[in-house]
Write a new protein. Sequence first.
Length: 434
Amino acid sequence: MHSKNAETDIARMLRPLTARFRDPALEAEFMSEYVADVLGPFVRLALGLGVLTFTTYGLHDWVVFERPASAWWVRFGAVIPTMIVAWALTFTRAFAWAHQWILLLYGAAATLGVLWIAAISGTEASILYAGFAALFVTIGPLIARLDVARQALYTALSATLLVLFELRYARSPRAINLAQLWTLVAMGSLGTLLAWLNEKQSRVAFIARKTIRAQGEEIARERARSDALLRNVLPEPIAQRLKDGHAVIADGYEEATVLFADIVGFTPLSAKLSPHALVARLNEVFTAFDAQCASLGLEKIKTIGDAYMVVGGVPERRADHAVAVVKMALAMREVLADQRERHGDSLDIRIGVHSGPVVAGVIGTRKFAYDVWGDTVNTASRMESHARPGHVQISDQTRVLVEEHFALEDRGTIDVKGKGSMRTWFVLGPKVSA
């Protein structure tokens, strides 16, 4: 049923007599594609075979039948050059809009040529040459894609030439002459019908290709949109593994650095702002954090309320994971300081960093997420919760990895919940070399 409706819709798009599209723009698009991809190569082949055939017959007639020189000049001085010119025109831009007239000229020249040669050569081969003329009338529409008006002109011209030839040169009985004329008209009508059917089928195929291309482009757009959404949720290497069919993704990393940050003063501020203003303010902060995270090649894991979590060295392993994460921490502190000055509020940030082994993977099947686990994550969270507002607190393990790059302040030993006594450090800023 669906197929029938599609055929009906396409039929309404075509003119009944010429089988051409009613929409000029669609017709121009079809012809541009058809001439370039189908008609041009096909016509070049047909004309090439025509030149070869005329040349072969010309040499045959010259040697076997000893045709007069005038027949030679008609064939090689008029007909074949016309076919060569038509062949050359198929490579030009003019062929796209004038191919029917170009090929009509070729067909008329070929028909006139064979009859002219027969007239010059004598009457013994009149039936044979008339048959050649009828053959051109039949295959002409198929080659030239003539519409009804041009096909009628082509058939009438060929029939007139044949009648004049028969009356002037042929010595065949009248019954044979009428049979030849009838054959010419019948074959011309057959050629017209075949050309019309081929024309219609070509346009139906064009619409099918156009529809398939449009569907393919839509599928490609949807796939790109889905891929973009997937890469917004997951790191690109992990997203690719999911697309490749990995059911379980879990990787161990011996060395990584985890950062936790919490916005200080956000809860009191939320009581003063409208829901829209509150979300806009938090979005401004986190968008700036995201930009810093991307520029440093780190992986944002998640946000929980006004908390922000970042990891370095996951999923892409890197030797400078701790240095990159501390740079991120200092950049986050600068972002808050800048926005605090612009907005005139009291928002600040508390940041904790710890380095060590982690396990990373994807959890969930619907709203899946990429996450990291392990004691390193818990310790980094404790570094943040025990830090002071406006400070970046790091563990002693992280200190060993970054002390060559940053100026540090020894905070001393603090009691960390669940961890006991730990020596921690505050990051003051990049170390200034002498």
